[in-house]
Design a protein around this ligand. Sequence first.
Ligand code: HEC
Length: 133
Amino acid sequence: MLTRFLVLGLIGVASLWAQGSDQKAPPKKAKADAVNYYRDIEPILNANCVSCHQASMAAGGLRVDAPENLLQGGASGKAVIPGKAERSLLYTRLTVTTDKRMPPVGMVTEEQLALIRAWINLGAKIGPAPPKR
Ligand code: HEC
């Protein structure tokens, strides 16, 4: 658990550094695979966000019940800017200290925040859906 958190932290720092030094460098495959949408991001959204952000209640015009809806964004436009967590509402709205903080009640954990941040900074890839079990 802790190791995983540390690794994600390093990826975050590394991807920030990579952005600053060379915009065009493609992310290394190993790194891009470090965060998987279906394994790491979807469960966070399902547990903390989907109740208010789906078809019957799309608060702020945003739905996170399917990756294509998440990537489409909400009333304020795109919620995810691939490669730029600091400019992505999906990340910034989880870190603001005002009443704009999401979720409105409770909080995601530091590890979850690190996962979302890393996922966006690594390009917000969706990848193939896992086989149905
Ligand atoms: C209890 C209901 C509720 C939950 C749970 C919730 N939200 Fe929200 N969210 C809202 C409401 C209401 C708005 C619209 C008002 C506003 O922008 O603050 C909103 C707006 C947003 C917006 C801005 C959309 C736009 O385009 O303007 C984002 C991004 C967002 N939420 C992300 C999240 C994320 C990510 C989670 C889970 C970590 C989450 N929300 C959980 C109620 C909720």
